[in-house]
Structure formats: structure tokens, C-alpha cells
Design a protein around this ligand. Structure first.
Ligand code: NDP
Ligand code: PYR
Ligand code: MG
Length: 760
């Protein structure tokens, strides 16, 4: 959406090949299991396994509730499917459903810090399925059923709910209904209509369709005002073909027999059927200000641009992330389960579902504060026809929806472990959200709003061509590959990459701008031992010089390089073309993304053995970038010692850096000298150094030397399983980023986006 009310569509396009590569790269799939306890010594082994493990075993046998204290059960949800209705793709079987189920599991983790595990049960037989799942209850805190076709899903869910004492929730039914209800509440707000007066047509009488209309009827829409349709058309009273008891319950007296007839004059269309089921003519025949939720996945019943061709008074939502108003159950299941697990609920009941729908609807009507505006596609969203529902990346969801669900569970008597302090609970929930994807997402969203021309200097490399193609496909801007056209075309062809519009190829040796570039370079280097001839050769032959000159002279906005040369060689070329930003210090800053936490580490690229004054400058520069990335900086000046102990030359240097920072007027938190464990572990910080000025664990670590910075980040990456982005080059007058030698296409795209975002 956009503040000027115009339709804005930011479609992250990708090719089929990219989708397959995404799933294949590294460890195939999207999930792995990580232990939470050390398993390093004989003692660890004795505690974790036999004989130590016998103690919690006996304890749980005495009191089953203790399983929540001594095992992972309380945070573990099984995502279970038999693949009989995979998205809107139909019955493709249990195995083919695995990518979706893994996807749901990672969404649980990403959005609500819930450990999800996918289980694909290879049977279409209802009783066999129920029998496979009914005995698994002790393993999990909840069961999320997914993509099971109707009417089997109704039987499966209701029987498992009776058999198990944990929440059993068929996401395609209730998740979808809750989000659709939230969207409907807000669409009615905007069009000043009441539930009692609505005429609703729902196409699709399966899991999602039946649940959606049951929920809106429970909220007040009269039974006879809702017409349900399926592949045979309208479900009217007396119909016998293709019926079941769940459809019959919603049959109405009507003369309409087709979807088109039913929609004539209707206020609302719910689509939970298949791609293309809603035609332009049907849209034309609907009542004024119609509400269309075309929720089929991956392709909706009708596309928003098709609706826009017909009329401009429609509020439209789809199940997709690339249009405004995404009505998708991803907004629900992570947060609904979070709330349910946190009170150890025995079920997810109607009051909990309604509480979730109301919390979601209310959130969309609230002002979007600055800190979350960046999470939205388009400019700051305002409640209106193109913003009736929060987006999945809204960081407020985690602290708003679970408390509403938990409270409803407590009030309706299904909470085994009530929460006493709700305010404290909401605060703890915010700390659970993973800021990593948030900050990268923010960068990508901003760049999409204002696409840039980015030079990919090493254009003949396969990883670079792949990255450039992905940059263009993601609508981040124009990618300029520097290299010989024939060579790049060959390389792209061999790798199966299409050179699409937006992907430009530029041969440095044949560019018409070479003379201007050589003149510019000569003016800079003539007193540094360079002849014009030398400069011309560098322009023609060195792609880093050529790319940096394009940026320096405004022929491109940003540049990314580094795949084929080591960092310092690439940096040297760039520095000879582009000056430091006046008043700033050039540094390297790495983003370390680890276990739900993001920490910025500096200087990972430029200062080898920084002086105290250098360290103070590095701290200032890093804090400045932290703010640009959306973090409130808490800077720790690191060394081996903490606050004077043990003493030593390096520790004194860091102490001196802190004194220099003290002498400057700074508006961010910093302290030191301190060791890494003190900086990162709040308990140690508070108990041993209660005077420390940091209000929480540090999120910016200033290392005493390049050695320490480089070793720490590389060790974290190799041994700690962290994702390290960078070093980001900070402090140049123009945005240039250098990827580590041998970087993969995904790293190159990330840094190209950072460059395009304008981190300098
Ligand atoms: N946006 C979201 O969050 C969600 C979207 N969905 C989407 O909703 C759709 C249905 O999912 P689900 O309910 O789980 O699947 P089901 O298999 O349970 O139900 C599908 C229903 O769609 C009907 N249908 C199929 N084709 C047509 C057609 N051409 N015209 C009218 N009705 C048709 C079927 O009719 P019949 O009974 O005659 O076979 C059936 O009633 C999928 O596209 C899915 O991706 C689902 C869950 C969440
Ligand atoms: C979103 C979802 O669960 C579906 O389309 O099936
Ligand atoms: Mg589904």
C-alpha cells in the first residue's frame, strides 16, 4: 500500500529454478534440529542420558505436568499432513506436502519462536490417520493439522480433539477463518456496513470455506445471507449431488444455481477454491463497495489488477504476500499457538479464535509507530482499503496476538498454567521475535520502493550472474554486469540463467565513458605516481576501478564486488577512486545473526591495530550504522579484561577509548572495557558489574584489533552456526560493498541490497 492511496505492488519475482535452488542449497530442506544443552563431557552425557535422565523420567511419571519443565514439549508443535489438499494444488500426497509442512514449521520458529516439526502421514484413510496421530500427544504441546482435504479434515480434527489433551488445530479451517474474519471486520468498518446486513458468497466448501462461513455466522451474519458454492455450483436446499453433512448444514433456499447467479448483488466474496474461479463479469455484478477475499494459493481466484480493470470501489485481499492485504493464515497460527502454549492450553477454543481475530483487526486500525513503519511494503501504511490487515512482518504481532489468545484461554477455562503478569508477558514476547529477518527485510523493502542501478563488477562469474539475475527478479533495481558480453551470455546459458530486461551487460574495454573515467582518475592520482596512460589501463582492465568510477561519476548508484579477489585488493582499488565520507571513518562492520539475536561487530575490515582514538571513532561509526539498520545501539568496547581486571596494555587502550567517547557528546549507550561474556550475558553483567551503563546485552561489539574481529566472526560462522553478513564497508562517500572471497550468490544479493540501500 502507499500513503497516497495508489496501488503499489512489490512482487518478489523468482524463477522455478531459484525456488528449487533455495530448497536445495546447503542442507537440503528448511529445517534442522539443534541441541539446547551441552553434550561435551562424560558428565554432560551422564546427565542428559543414562543415568541422569532417569530422574526427570521418574518425576514426569509422578506428575505429567512436569514434562513441560523437563522436556521440549511445551514449545514443540507438530505440523501434520497427509497431503490430500496441498495449498490449492490438490491431492499430491504426503511426501509432496513436505516442503509446505517444513515451511509452516520454520514460520512457527521465525514469527513466534516455536519449535515446529513436520510429520507427513502417508494415508488418505481417515481412521488410519487418526490412529497414527492419537498416540503422539505426549510428544507435543500442540498439533497443527495442515492441508488435509474436506470432509476428512472435519472428522480427523474433531476426533483428535476428543482424544488428546493438547490443542489440535486445523490451520486451513480456523487459521484462515480467523484472518478472514479480522479482514472482514475492518472492511465493514471502512464501508460502514453491519454483519447482519451482509450478503456473502463463499466459493469453496472445503476445509477453509466451511470454517470461514461458520465463524462469520457465529459473529452475526444470518444463515440465509450466506451462499456456499463448490465445483457443482450453489449449495441450495434440496441439492443431492456432491453433498456431505457439513455442506448440508449450510444449504439455503435460493433460486441461484451458479456462482455467477449467487454473486449478483452480493456484498462479499470469499474465495477458498482455485485459481481463476472469479470472473470479471461476476465482479461487475456485485453490490457497490464489494469486498473480495480471493484466498486460493498460490494463485488467487482473481488478481487485483483484473479487478481494478472493472471497478475502483472494491476492497480486495488475496492470500499472497506480493499484493496489499494478505489474508493468509501465517498471520494466525504462530501467534495463536504461542498464546496457547504459554498457558499450556488443553485446546484452542472459540473464544481464543475470536480474541485472535479481534486483536488482529484492532492492530490494523492503530497508527503504525516509526519503529515498525519500515516493516511494511510501501510507505507508512494507514488504515484504509489497501491496509485492512497487518502484514506478517509486523513486529507488533508477537506481543499483541498471543496475550489476547492466552487471556481468552484463561477466561474460558482451558489454561493449565495461567499467566499472572500480562504486561511482563507481552514484554517477554517482544524479546522472542527474531530481528534478523526483520532488518534484512527492511532493507529489501526500502530498496524495492526506490530501485537502484547497481554495478556487479565481476560480471563473468556464475555466482555473480546468478546474484544479479536474482537482484533484478526481486525488483531491487537494475543490475549492471561488467564483463565481455559473449562470455557472460555463455556463462548464463550454461547455468540456465535468463538475461532479462533489467540485467545489463557492459564491457569495460568498449565503454564510451572510458576517456572521462581515465580523466577523473588521473586528476585524483597524478600526484600519486600515476600517468594518464596508467589510469587508462586501470579503467580498461580492472573491473573494480571501472565499476567504482561508474559510481563515482553517477553512472550507477552502488557497486558490489569481491568474489574473485581478496578483500584488501578490492578495497585498495575502490579507495583510489572513492574518497571517505567527510567527517567519517571508514570501517568494516559485520552483522552476526545467531539464535534469534543480531550483533554488529567492528572493525572487521579496515583498521589493523586501532589506537584508542580509532576505537572511539569505530564505535561512533558502528552506532550510527546500527541506527540506520533499525537497532538502538548498545555498544560494548571489548577486550580480554572487564573494568580494570586483569590489567594490561591492550585493556588500557580500550579504557582510553571509553574516556575519549566520554569526552564527546554522544546519544547512544556504550561502556567498557569488558570481555565478550560480560557484554553479551545480562546475568553476568548485572551480577558482577551492576554499575555497567548498558541497559541490556550489547548489540554492537567493538573489537580491540582486526585480528580479534576477524577471528571472532569467522569462528562464529564456522563453529557457532551463525550467519555472518559482511563486512559491510562503512564510511565511503558512495555506496560500495565488498563480499568475502568466494561468496555465494545469496551473500552477493544481500550485500548488493545493502549497497543499494545506501549504507555508506
Ligand atoms: N489464504 C489462506 O490463508 C488459505 C487459503 N487456502 C486456499 O483455499 C483453497 C481451498 O483449500 P482447502 O479448503 O484446504 O481445500 P479443500 O480440498 O478442503 O476444499 C476445496 C474446496 O474447493 C472447491 N472447489 C475446487 N475447485 C472449485 C471450483 N472451480 N469452483 C468452486 N469450488 C471449487 C471444492 O469443491 P468440491 O467440494 O465440489 O470438491 C472444495 O469444496 C486452496 O486454494 C487453499 O490454498 C486454504 C487455507 C488457507
Ligand atoms: C496458506 C495455506 O495454508 C494454504 O493455502 O493451504
Ligand atoms: Mg494450508
Amino acid at each position: 500500500m502507499s500513503s497516497d492511496g495508489k496501488k503499489s505492488r512489490t512482487r518478489p519475482a523468482f524463477t522455478d529454478q531459484e525456488a528449487l535452488q533455495f530448497h536445495q542449497r546447503g542442507r537440503p530442506g528448511k529445517l534442522e534440529i539443534t541441541p539446547t544443552k551441552p553434550m561435551a563431557t562424560q558428565r554432560d552425557l551422564s546427565l542428559a542420558y543414562s543415568p541422569g535422565v532417569a530422574v526427570p523420567v521418574r518425576s514426569i511419571a509422578e506428575d505429567p505436568d512436569r514434562a513441560f519443565d523437563y522436556t521440549a514439549r511445551g514449545n514443540l508443535v507438530a505440523v501434520i499432513s497427509n497431503g490430500t489438499a496441498i495449498l490449492g494444488l490438490g491431492n499430491l500426497g504426503a511426501l509432496a506436502s513436505k516442503p509446505v509442512m517444513e515451511g509452516k514449521a520454520v514460520l512457527f520458529k521465525r514469527f513466534a519462536d516455536i519449535d515446529g516439526i513436520d510429520l507427513e502421514v502417508d494415508t488418505a484413510d481417515v481412521d488410519a490417520f487418526i490412529n497414527s496421530v492419537r498416540y503422539l500427544g505426549p510428544s507435543f504441546g500442540g498439533i497443527n493439522l495442515e492441508d488435509i482435504k474436506a470432509p476428512d479434515c472435519f472428522l480427523i480434527e474433531s476426533q483428535l480433539r476428543e482424544l488428546l489433551d493438547i490443542p489440535v488445530f486445523h490451520d486451513d479451517q480456523h487459521g484462515t477463518a480467523i484472518i478472514a474474519a479480522a479482514g472482514l471486520i475492518n472492511a465493514l468498518h471502512l464501508t460502514d456496513r453491519k454483519l447482519e446486513d451482509l450478503k456473502i458468497v463463499c466459493n469453496g466448501a472445503g476445509a477453509a470455506g466451511i470454517a470461514c462461513i461458520e465463524l462469520v455466522k457465529a459473529m452475526g451474519v444470518p444463515h440465509n445471507n450466506v451462499i456456499l458454492c463448490d465445483t457443482k455450483g450453489v449449495i441450495y436446499q434440496g441439492r443431492t449431488e456432491g453433498m456431505n453433512q457439513w455442506k448440508s448444514a449450510h444449504a439455503v433456499p435460493t433460486d441461484a444455481r451458479t456462482l455467477a447467479e449467487a454473486l449478483d448483488g452480493a456484498d462479499v466474496f470469499f474465495g477458498v477454491s482455485v485459481k481463476g474461479a472469479l470472473t470479471r463479469e461476476m465482479v461487475r455484478s456485485m453490490a457497490p463497495n464489494p469486498i473480495i477475499f480471493a484466498m486460493a494459493n498460490p494463485d488467487p481466484e482473481i488478481l487485483p489488477e483484473e479487478v481494478a480493470e472493472i471497478r475502483d470501489d472494491v476492497i480486495i485481499a488475496t492470500g499472497r504476500s506480493d499484493y496489499p492485504n494478505q489474508v493468509n493464515n501465517v498471520l494466525g497460527f504462530p501467534y495463536i499457538f504461542r498464546g496457547a502454549l504459554d498457558v499450556r492450553a488443553t485446546a484452542i477454543n472459540e473464544p481464543m479464535k475470536i480474541a485472535a481475530a479481534e486483536a488482529l483487526a484492532k492492530l490494523a486500525r492503530e497508527d503504525v509507530p516509526d519503529e515498525v513503519a519500515a516493516a511494511y511494503q510501501g510507505n507508512r501504511p494507514r488504515f484504509g482499503p489497501e491496509y485492512i490487515i497487518p502484514v506478517p512482518f509486523d513486529p507488533r504481532l508477537i506481543s499483541v496476538v498471543p496475550p489476547a489468545v492466552a487471556k481468552a484461554a484463561m477466561e474460558s477455562g482451558v489454561a493449565r498454567h495461567p499467566i499472572v503478569d500480562m504486561k511482563d508477558y507481552a514484554e517477554r514476547l517482544s524479546a522472542r521475535r527474531d530481528p534478523v529477518a526483520g532488518s534484512l527485510q527492511r532493507i529489501f523493502t526500502k530498496v524495492r520502493q526506490s530501485p537502484k542501478r547497481v554495478v556487479f563488477a565481476e560480471g563473468e562469474e556464475e555466482a555473480v550472474i546468478r546474484a544479479a539475475a536474482s537482484f533484478v527478479n526481486q525488483e531491487l533495481g537494475t543490475a549492471i554486469l561488467i564483463g565481455r558480453e559473449e562470455r557472460i551470455q555463455e556463462e548464463a546459458f550454461a547455468a540456465g540463467i535468463e538475461i532479462r530486461p533489467g540485467l545489463e551487460i557492459l564491457n569495460a574495454a568498449m565503454s564510451r565513458r572510458n576517456r572521462d573515467y581515465a580523466d577523473y582518475l588521473y586528476a585524483k592520482l597524478q600526484r600519486k605516481g600515476m600517468l594518464w596512460r596508467d589510469c587508462q589501463r586501470m579503467v580498461n582492465q580492472d573491473r573494480n576501478f571501472f565499476g567504482a568510477l561508474m559510481v563515482a561519476l553517477g553512472d550507477a548508484d552502488a557497486m558490489v564486488t569481491g568474489v574473485t579477489r581478496n578483500y584488501s585488493v578490492a578495497l585498495e582499488a575502490v579507495r583510489r577512486v572513492i574518497d571517505p565520507k567527510p567527517g567519517h571513518t571508514m570501517i568494516g562492520l559485520s552483522m552476526v545473526l545467531s539464535r534469534g539475536r543480531t550483533v554488529l561487530v567492528a572493525d572487521t575490515a579496515v583498521h589493523d591495530d586501532p589506537s584508542a582514538a580509532n576505537l572511539a571513532d569505530i564505535a561512533e561509526e558502528a552506532a550510527h550504522v546500527a541506527r540506520r539498520l533499525g537497532y538502538e545501539p548498545r555498544v560494548a568496547m571489548l577486550t580480554y579484561a572487564s573494568f580494570g581486571h586483569p590489567p594490561g596494555e591492550r585493556a588500557s587502550r580500550v579504557q582510553e577509548a571509553v574516556r575519549i567517547l566520554d569526552s564527546r557528546r554522544l546519544d547512544f549507550e556504550y561502556d567498557g572495557e569488558m570481555s565478550a561474556d560480560v557484554a553479551l550475558n545480562q546475568e553476568i553483567m548485572r551480577s558482577a558489574y551492576p554499575f555497567c551503563r548498558l541497559s541490556g546485552p550489547a548489540n554492537v561489539l567493538i573489537m580491540p584489533t582486526f585480528d580479534a574481529a576477524s577471528i571472532a566472526t569467522k569462528t562464529l560462522q564456522e563453529l557457532g552456526g551463525s550467519m555472518v553478513l559482511g563486512p559491510l564497508l562503512v564510511g565511503l562517500d558512495k555506496p560500495v560493498q565488498i563480499v568475502p572471497f568466494g561468496a555465494k550468490d545469496s551473500d552477493i544479493v544481500n550485500l548488493a541490497a545493502v549497497a543499494a540501500y545506501g549504507i555508506t
